[in-house]
Design a protein. Structure first.
Length: 158
């Protein structure tokens, strides 16, 4: 659609993906809520395929439940005394006999002025996998940890 004379394009569109904020627990220090990459956003509706007897040209696809990918947060390895580390450790090392304290993870895409342009909540999230990227003496990269979360559902907050 062409832009009409005298109108300016929306400065908030398209939204850049590099300026974002994550909040797992508002009481945690900023370092515990800092990440360099987020992936796994977006539900997927599962469908059931039904073949109609006698009709071979098409199939019916019926809506089913929703499937949520794991939310993956990546960042430089945190300090040993980090509250995020303690929370993940208590769940992942506690096993199914331990107490799982789920949290709502908030993700915000931010504009130039730090205003929230889009937001998502991942409700009743808890860590299910925690990995460290490989170490390599040949490159000078930072040690990265990847934390994967399952959650009950997600919702747009803005």
């Amino acid at each position: 659609m062409p832009i009409e004379p005298g109108t300016a394009p929306d400065p908030a569109y398209p939204i850049p993906a590099f300026h974002f904020s994550v909040r797992i627990d508002p009481g945690w220090p900023p370092g515990d809520n800092s990440f360099q990459e987020v992936s796994g956003i977006g539900p997927e509706m599962q469908v059931e395929t039904v073949v109609e007897g006698g009709e071979n040209q098409f199939v019916h696809t019926l809506p089913g439940g929703f499937k949520h990918p794991r939310l993956v947060l990546k960042r430089g390895i945190s300090r040993a005394d980090s509250q995020l580390t303690a929370w993940c450790d208590s769940i992942l090392r506690g096993g199914i006999a331990g107490t799982i304290e789920p949290k709502t993870i908030e993700l915000f895409l931010l504009g130039e002025d730090q205003q929230v342009l889009r937001g998502w909540n991942f409700v009743r999230a808890y860590p299910v996998k925690w990995t460290i990227d490989s170490f390599n003496a040949k490159n000078g990269s930072v040690a990265i940890e990847n934390i994967e979360f399952c959650y009950q559902y997600s919702q747009r907050s803005s």
